[in-house]
Design a protein around this ligand. Sequence first.
Ligand code: U2F
Length: 567
Amino acid sequence: QAAFRSDLARLLELVGTGKESLSFMKKRIRHLAQQWLRAARRLEQKLKGRQRDQKHILVHIGFLTEESGDVFSPRVLKGGPLGEMVQWADILAALFLLGHSLRVTVSLKELQSNLGVPPGRGNCPLTNPLPFDLIYTDYHGLQQMKQHMGLSFKKYRCRVRVIDTFGTEPAYNHEEYATLRGFRTNWGYWNLHPSQFMTMFPHTPDNSFMGFVSEELNKTERQLIKSNKVGSMAVVYGKEASIWKGKERFLAILNKYMEIHGTVYYETQRPPEVPAFVKNHGLLPQHEFQQLLRKAKLFIGFGFPYEGPAPLEAIANGCVFLQARFNPPHSSLNHEFFRGKPTSREVSSQHPYAEDFIGKPHVWTVDYNNSEEFEAAIKAIMRTQVDPYLPYEYTCEGMLERIHAYIQHQDFCTTTSPPPPPRAKSPAMQSPPSVLALSPNATHLVWSPSASRDPHAWPPVDSLQVWVSETRHACTETCRRHGLVCEPTFFRFLNKKEVFLQLSITCDSTEYEMNHLYPAVAENVHECYLQKEPLLFSCAGHNSKYRRLCPCRDYREGQVALCRDCV
Ligand code: U2F
């Protein structure tokens, strides 16, 4: 049984020293310690002594190893990316507080010794059983494990969780399919279960949403912030000077209404990209950056970095976040930053989570090419009152609750129901009686009241609703439009010929094929398709030819990763 911890001192020892990135993470853990401990106590009460197994966990942060080049550590104090370190610090705190036994490694040597690979032995299977139930790592770490575990990698890869900021869609993960269909990238094709990839924001539900946390405010702090807000103060999102390049036009408009502050790294002089009218504080330590946000009215983004933590921190500290809409959306097909990333996700603004999950009055997404729209937004924001806001999923309790649920319920090592047998031409003809029934208004299918429920299934299947997508809509979008979220583990319940029948879809033919858009129907030719390869079940993806069958489920308010009965 895992026991909640009540102190983070031992974790700080486990994290080690010698790198600026590690110091940043430890500072963050120390600073948020009280908040974490309070949240752990609340979750402990909520779970009321429920059985929780203690896991042996290895956390191998691959991108911080010298062997992968460690380009991040030297840039910690120079305005380089910190988002990944924010997330790793929070993952460590959460795993530790939940009471699991942890090892943390940031070098190949430490990795090898923890896995039980004798140094210099090269690519051989492990001689002893793997001493960890779970390994949290990233793409760099995955590569290192593959290189040093020989055949044991295949055996144990189901225990791995890959922290993957922007996500990996199933079409890119399946090696054979990715190679055949042009989805092969430098990162993808590991043939993992897509839920083993864990993202920074809830991008596609094909991956698990890991997230991070933001500082929370108590009642007194909220009051204080409200009374100390400077209505005409704006902070620009961007700690590296390059982000400010070419933004003179927007800065000049903003400067008409507000005093502009920046936290841009510089060595001796003001960077030329930052105009003289901007008050530049230089890169601030994280807690001082939060203090600056507490005073500001507006946090304004100029398009980069994409999908970082800072806008959530700004909104949590009572700022309005103003950001650019991308039209057309940015993606790996049209934008250098995303090129080669294993996803086709269309990024509709600098921070789609802020746009879609938070929105007005906290988040304003406007067309920056239209100066009038931009200026009007600034004027309207100055008249708008907002309270600090933090979605539950980004609080410490929300993150602990989610990781707890994943650890207790996600199991990629025991294979559950076997894949559909693609032997006969239409094997679904012999499939068992349906567990789905038509909804009262005949628009979608729901879990049949007469079907028995598997008490071990997670998420519980009775939250399933089957909707048919419009052509050009992914299941992600289809479920969202019905106030639901796509749940990939439910695809197996609707990958059946009779489901088309129940939905009154005419199928002149039904084939099992490998395609990440299946099950789907090509409506104009009455051709129905079922999925032959369970690893390719995908919430993401659309094509003008198909209407897809989509498994949707409900979710908890502010905790999209979990269904209502999921904890
Ligand atoms: C993202 O990484 P970034 O580091 O660029 O993300 P930001 O949103 O800018 O913020 C990361 C943290 O930096 C902190 C702030 C945030 O938690 O509190 N900070 C600070 O300590 N001092 C300051 O003066 C200003 C901010 C993203 F997270 C990565 O995954 C991406 O790779 C990267 C590139 O798009 O963007």
